[in-house]
Structures are given as structure tokens and as C-alpha cells.
Design a protein around this ligand. Sequence first.
Ligand code: PMP
Length: 418
Amino acid sequence: METALWHPFSDMAVVRDSEFVLERGEDVWVYDTDGNRYLDAAASLWYVNVGHGRTEIADAAAEQMRKLAGYSIFADFTNEPARALAARLAELAPLPDAKVFFTGGGGEAVDSAVKIARRYHAAQGEPSRVHVISRENSYHGTNGIGTGVAGIEANRTGFGEILPSSSRVPFDSVDALRAEILRVGPENVAAFLFEPVIGAGGLLPPPEGYVRGVIDVCHEYGVLAIADAVICGFGRLGTWFAVERWDAEPDLITFAKGVTSGYLPLGGVVAHGRVAEPFWSRPGNTLRHGSTYAGHPAACAAGLVNIDLLERERLIERGQALEGTLAGALNPLASHELVADVRAGLGLLGAVELTPDVLECLPSAVTDLHLLVRQHGVVTRTLGKAVAVSPPLTIEPEQIHQIGAALAAGLDELALKL
Ligand code: PMP
């Protein structure tokens, strides 16, 4: 039956009468409406870190909804779940004297972080610092600023120029960032925005020394470094806020997804105490920014239980402990004739990229592979030239091997189509 539901980032001319309807989930498994079971190797959109069907989270959210489902935290209003989650995140964050600004999701977190950076500079007497630098291939959501800085060019074009004072640098070069700051003039640059591992843009890990290197360059020129940990946080890289992997200290960190494992929508920004200081210590210096659902009590209650589960079951550590197993399951695919590259080994993230020949010969090859693998009972995600996997952190080693086997079978079947 044709749908009235307009799917994001989707070719509705194709999807309108071929939707894939999911009904329920349990741990790493999801079930469609025909009762078929799939291993959710994508964890939805990279976010079901604690796995599906956690009744503890559902119960906490429901209990909070019965008490006080929603209420704004503008001005002096607050609620216990929002206060408690902010305190917990501030303690876990690798930033001194951290403060937490909540949003409804990751894209809003990115826009918030950039606006905080601009207002911070203005408060410090440097209002000309408005320019934002991002990386080619980066993805920072689809709000205004996130669209304006998008490193995946196709996501930026066609909407008019949204953020004129922005530019992009090659994703793998610290020197390119320095050169761009000098070209624009350090006195004009507000922030550098980077994903520790580029996610939607193709799953690209940072070169050796990159994360510490770009933060050092930012600090040399008074530019705020914003780490976008929307995908990489909450255990995906085996750490809470991703950057601990490199012992790095940015100025702002955005988060979403894994903070609630997606049980309810929630995102936010963690600010270094130094960045929050002008707002927290100077009466009248109000950040005129924030959304209706910031600090939503039910979403924050879900987040608190999610963090309990991540801690109690040592799932953060598991994200790192299993990275070698994932690399072991995916790396052999590199020798397949259709495969150009396999990227795995940093947290529970992996990608299998097809060769330029395959993509030229069969433009739908990535989607075809994704669908073939799904017929083998494994849900992956299409990412440009690659299919990606980012399973729940609860996954067992033999299930990781099942992902590798399904991809191998899908690749063999794809070869028959060429
Ligand atoms: N930043 C990054 C790095 C992301 O991967 C995403 C979403 N995939 C976002 C921001 C946007 O988050 P949301 O879709 O929750 O707005």
C-alpha cells in the first residue's frame, strides 16, 4: 500500500510502495511485520548502543511521563531528571568544570555548539570571529548551520548559501586547517568542527596524530575546537565522548544518539568550563538560544537509565574490546574482487567500500549489496561508496562473524549481477 510518510534522505519515487516495516526489537535483533528476524548491524542509525527492548528504560520513561512528562527548562525552570543527567554527563566528560546544554538531537547540538562559540568570542571582545571551518566528507546534521558547513557536498548544495562565513578543508590534514585559519585570518575564525571518526561521509578514521593535532592548531590561533561525537560517543569508540581515545581536550563536544540509545530523542553540547564562564559569571550575558524540548524530563530519565546500563554492563569497554573481532570479521572481505577497501578496527564501526569499477558499472551497487545482505538476515547501512556496520555494543563475537558471513554472501551475489 502506498504510504503518506515522507522518509528522510530517501528516494520516495522508489520507496513509496516498497517500505520495510519493522515491528519490534530485542537486543541485537529486529523483526519485521512478517515475523522475519534480522541482526541489526546498523543499530538503527548508529544509536541503539544498549540494544533493543530494554524495558528498564521504557519503565523509567513511562514512570516519568506519569509524573511530569514534559516541561521546559527556560529561565529558572528545571526538573530532577534534567539536573541529574547534566551532572552525570559533566562528570563523565573529559572537560574540566563541564556544563551541559541539552537539545532535541544531534543536528540541534551542532547548531547550538557553533552559536555558543560565536557568542563566546563576542563576549570575549572578538565579535569578528564568526567563520566556521569543517572537513570535507563530514556530516553535522541537517539544521541550518549543519547544512551550511556540510562536508558531504550533495547535502549542502541546492539549498542556497546558508552559511557564507564557512569553509571546508581536506579531512586528513592538520596543515590544511592551519593554512585555512591563516587564509581567513585567525581574528575571523570562531570554530573548527570535526567528527573524531567521519561517519555518514564514509567512515573515515583520523590519521595518526590528527585529533590532538587539530585541537593544538585551534588553540594556537584562539579558535574553538568542536568535536562532534554524535555517532562516536557513548561507547561506539570504547569511550564516553570519543576524544578520550586520543587523550584530547576540545572546547565543546556535541552528543546525541547513544546518550539515550535512541529510546527517546535527546542531544546536547558539553562545554569546557572556560567556554561556559562568560555566560555563567556575567549577569545579562544570556545565550538567546535553545529549543522547546531541551531538558525534556522523560527523555532525560531514559538517558539516566541508559547510562546506568552502559556502566553496569561495562558496555563502553566492550565497544573497544570487540573492535579487533569486528576487524577480524570484515578484513578478509578486502580480498573480494568487488571490494576496494575495508575500514574497521576503531571501536564498533566498520565499512566495506566497493571498487570504482563496480560503482560505475552498477550505480545501484551499494543499495543492492545492502538489500542482498538483508536477505541474509543482517541490516547494514548504505554510505556513499560503502556499506557500514555499527552494531549494538551488546553484540556477541559469533554475531559479529555472522555479519561478516552475510556481507561475503551478499558480495558473491552482487558479483553475479555484474
Ligand atoms: N552529527 C553527526 C556526526 C551525525 O552523525 C549526525 C546524525 N547522523 C548528526 C550530527 C545529526 O544528528 P540528528 O540526526 O540527531 O539531528
